[in-house]
Design a protein around this ligand. Structure first.
Ligand code: ATP
Ligand code: MG
Length: 195
């Protein structure tokens, strides 16, 4: 029996500073070497591009917008992602966002239904490494960083990604982004998902 090779829509989640962007840029390089077309999309950037049209200036202000506005922006971003038709689409996003009203889902059911991810990758790292990565990145306006909060965020991520997999019926690959091991971790994800 002949099966059509389906496009892969990989949604990568991880708390800030865990190393998602670094990892998926490395993954995109490797996938291009495999002669496949690849599109890397940052969910937050897609939302920010739309929000800028209504005057938002700073990307780190997105999570402080009223939840209803964030929901609309998420819908528009999801629709842009759904329109892509490369062999491999990788989405850089968060399982949840730290909003003033509490944790808010990065991938609510309405967004998952639009994107239809084929795979999830949930990136984690040692809390101490995440702490150091956040502290040394001066390009971002981060919330107050403590090890206790990082541990709470990692726990919240595991719970939320479990519900994403149940809603979509798609598998989740859990990876630990070890210090200095970007190439190894990127290859591990690619082999696991068959990209
Ligand atoms: P955000 O959600 O805020 O965008 P992120 O998960 O995309 O965060 P990155 O920006 O990719 O995180 O990484 C944060 C910092 O950690 C960067 O300075 C990056 O170079 C570094 N870093 C990421 N992964 C590793 C690793 N395996 N070893 C060493 N440094 C790393
Ligand atoms: Mg990033």
């Amino acid at each position: 029996m002949l099966y059509l090779v389906e496009n892969k829509k990989v949604v990568m989640v991880g708390i800030p500073g865990v190393g998602k962007t670094t990892l998926l840029l490395k993954m995109a390089e490797i996938i291009k070497d495999h002669k496949k077309s690849v599109s890397v999309l940052s969910f937050g950037t897609l939302m920010f591009e739309v929000a800028q049209e209504s005057g938002l200036k700073d990307r780190d202000e997105l999570r402080k917008l009223p939840v209803s506005e964030q929901q609309n922006l998420q819908k528009v971003a999801a629709e842009k992602i759904a329109m892509q038709n490369e062999d491999v689409i990788i989405v850089d996003t968060h399982a949840f966002i730290n909003s003033p009203e509490g944790y808010y889902p990065g991938l609510p059911e309405h967004v998952l239904k639009i994107i239809k991810p084929t795979n999830f990758v949930s990136v984690s790292a040692k809390p101490e490494e995440i702490y150091n990565r956040r502290m040394s990145d001066t390009t971002r306006h981060r919330d107050k960083v403590t090890l206790t909060n990082i541990k709470k965020e990692l726990d919240a991520q595991s719970g939320i990604i479990a519900s994403c997999m149940v809603i979509t019926g798609s598998p989740v690959k859990l990876v630990l982004n070890r210090e200095g091991k970007i190439d190894e971790v990127a290859n591990k994800i690619i082999n696991a998902i068959g990209l």
